[in-house]
Write a protein that binds this ligand. Structure first.
Ligand code: 0VW
Ligand code: ZN
Length: 240
């Protein structure tokens, strides 16, 4: 289906507000994390996740990225603890990237842009019956954001935790989907330590098409939304 929004000048983040007024909402994502302004929260717990290798089902071009879609009909792959109340079920994972290795992450840290960013998307299966319902609720989703910096890296299996960095130190804040419909239903958990991807792997991201079959080929050179106003929000740190 033709997508109403994208990442080009005529349909990109600067004009999303025309079709999606939430773009100018009060808990939009991504944000620019300023480590000097985060506040250590001693009540935050370590992240706890358990991913079943058989949850991922298909990898597909979802128009705004490529995504690995998981079977979320039962609680087999879940994320708990951290800033969360209850258990959040794995739904899908996907990446965002830029036109060169110099930028492409959505969250930035102290002005640092990373080459790409992995999003591991979960929904609150204790309180809501399905992803679509959860996505309408302020505590409906939990997305782990993993920063990707350019260099050589070994890729492993599709178990999302194989893509998590060594350290699970994280920042957390209340935000939104970073792609339309931009729903303000996300408890963001951004890991401090980046993972790495090679220049060739990042170039392969950019070779993904955003044009439909039969249309002139148009590559998805970049799919990162710029940081949005923090407004009346605080970013909490799990680490000192
Ligand atoms: N970039 S994001 O905030 O993860 N946005 C998403 N939208 C659709 C479902 C998965 N995630
Ligand atoms: Zn995303």
């Amino acid at each position: 289906a033709r997508q109403s929004w994208g990442y080009q000048d005529h349909n990109g983040p600067e004009v999303w507000h025309e079709l999606f007024p939430l773009a100018n909402g009060d808990r939009q994502s991504p944000i620019a994390i300023k480590s000097s302004e985060v506040k250590y929260d001693p009540f935050l717990r370590p992240l706890s996740f358990s991913y079943d290798l058989t949850s991922p089902k298909v990898i597909l071009n979802c128009g705004y990225a490529f995504s690995i879609e998981c079977d979320d009909t039962e609680d087999r792959s879940v994320l708990r603890a951290g800033p969360l109340k209850g258990s959040y079920r794995l739904r899908q994972l996907h990446f965002h990237w830029g036109p060169t290795d110099d930028y492409g992450s959505e969250h930035t840290v102290d002005g640092l842009e990373f080459a790409a960013e992995l999003h591991v998307v979960h929904w609150n299966s204790e309180k809501y019956p399905c992803f679509v319902d959860a996505a309408q609720q302020p505590d409906g989703l939990a997305i782990v954001g993993v920063l990707v910096k350019g260099s050589q890296v070994a890729f492993t299996n599709f178990d999302p935790s194989s893509l998590f960095p060594e350290s699970l130190d994280y920042w957390t804040y209340h935000g939104s989907l970073t792609v339309p419909p931009l729903l303000e239903s996300v408890i963001w958990i951004v890991l401090r330590q980046p993972i790495t991807a090679s220049s060739e792997q990042l170039a392969t991201f950019r070779s993904l098409l955003c044009s439909a079959k039969g249309e002139p080929a148009c590559c998805l050179l970049s799919n990162c939304r710029p940081p949005q106003p923090l407004r009346n929000r605080h970013v909490r740190a799990f680490f000192h």
